[in-house]
Design a protein around this ligand. Structure first.
Ligand code: SAH
Length: 369
């Protein structure tokens, strides 16, 4: 059965018309649905009884539920979202530095096919693509979690499980629904799509002209290093990924982010910093250094380690010394496995309560386990 998350405005208008209801109510319904974080007090809406009954019986049941919640010491909240085929994905809420704001991170696939050796999301391979309604529902679950914490979501990143560029047919309608009114109304510039560097996907996103941000998970400036840790580099090597990123920047005027997961002894040398600086120095790119979060040995058997703070700072300074705009991403939520690269459904202990804390109104800060 569909939920309201499955409809954009024209689709809901068509659906209502087909069921002989007045399509003029579609806008109000969707606005109430998104304002209510996926819940609608249908009795409070001034719509006719027949439409009310139709919405209540056929459109209000969510297709996914929050099966468990973990909150890290820093307030980062990870949701295990269970889907109607009994698979599950993870979604993360990251409190902003401003007390009233938060960022949302959603998954685009169940599992991931990309095989990056340092990332847990890919360990079980790809199960399936999510559809737009399922991704929208993750956003709504996170919006509800944020509201319980007195925060509102001001940005959305596709940096959960999966490779968004391999599911663009669903990711693009998701972005439209979340960014645009009368649905999510988050705004286009508040959305970032992250990719391992699937060149045709970057080009398609460029052509769609959505005014969203692009993040590219580069992780190494040279093909030899990158192919070791990011298997898709053999298909889309560094030069091709960078060229597609430049095409995106030129067409959209937006500043792409280059993500660089720092792995001790693998991609964190002064030489790598020099090559990376050479790669991006002429571009208006923003380099985001992500110190590796521990996820155990990779498929290759390699046990990666996070570089020392001194190494990270030195790498950062080498980039900045060459005029590169670069930052180190603060690690969030790693004590509950909610940090970059740690998302995978199987990491949840079975004993976790299935009662959604969110629904029960417990929204306090601090650890809940
Ligand atoms: N497939 C997309 C979306 C996932 S984003 C992509 O690759 O961009 C997840 C981000 O976290 C990526 O930049 C990824 O490379 C990074 N990451 C993965 N594993 C990590 C780990 N163990 N520690 C730190 N960052 C990691």
């Amino acid at each position: 059965m569909p939920s309201l998350a499955d409809f954009d405005l024209p689709a809901l208008q068509a659906h209502l018309a087909q069921r002989r209801h007045n399509p003029v109510h579609a806008k109000r319904l969707l606005r109430a649905f998104y304002d209510g974080c996926g819940e609608v007090d249908i009795d409070s809406l001034s719509v006719g009884g027949a439409l009310r009954e139709h919405v209540r019986s056929e459109l209000l049941a969510p297709r996914s539920t929050v099966a468990a919640i973990r909150r890290a010491g820093d307030g980062t909240t990870k949701l295990l979202v269970s889907l109607d085929d009994h698979s599950a994905v993870e979604s993360v809420l990251m409190p902003g530095f401003r007390p009233d704001r938060a960022a949302a991170c959603v998954s685009s696939q169940v599992g991931c096919a990309m095989g990056c050796d340092f990332c847990a999301s890919t360990r079980g391979g790809l199960e399936r693509n999510l559809d737009a309604g399922e991704i929208v529902e993750q956003f709504l679950h996170l919006k509800r979690a944020a509201r319980k914490l007195g925060r509102r979501i001001t940005s959305l990143v596709f940096m959960g499980m999966g490779e968004p560029m391999h599911n663009l047919d669903q990711v693009i309608p998701t972005v439209r629904r979340i960014a645009d009114a009368p649905t999510g109304a988050l705004g286009w510039r508040q959305v970032t799509v992250s990719t391992v560097g699937v060149v045709p996907g970057i080009d398609r996103l460029t052509a769609e002209d959505l005014n969203v941000n692009l993040a590219v998970s580069l992780h190494a400036p040279d093909d030899a290093t990158r192919s070791r840790i990011v298997p898709s580099n053999r298909r889309y090597p560094v030069a091709d990924v960078m060229a597609a990123t430049r095409r995106f920047a030129a067409a959209t005027g937006r500043v792409p982010t280059i993500e660089y997961c720092m792995l001790a002894g693998v991609n964190d040398s002064d030489g790598h910093a020099g090559l990376l600086a050479g790669l991006v120095a002429g571009d208006r790119f923003h380099v985001n250094l992500i110190p590796y979060n521990s996820v155990g040995a990779g498929v290759s058997g390699t046990a990666y380690e996070r570089p020392s703070n001194e190494r990270v700072v030195r790498f950062l300074e080498l980039l900045r010394g060459r005029g590169v705009v670069a930052h180190v991403r603060a690690t969030r939520g790693d004590d509950v496995g909610a940090a970059c690269g740690q998302l995978r459904e199987t990491a949840w202990p079975l004993s976790l309560p299935a009662t959604a804390m969110i629904g029960s109104g417990a929204g306090g800060q601090g650890r809940d386990e």
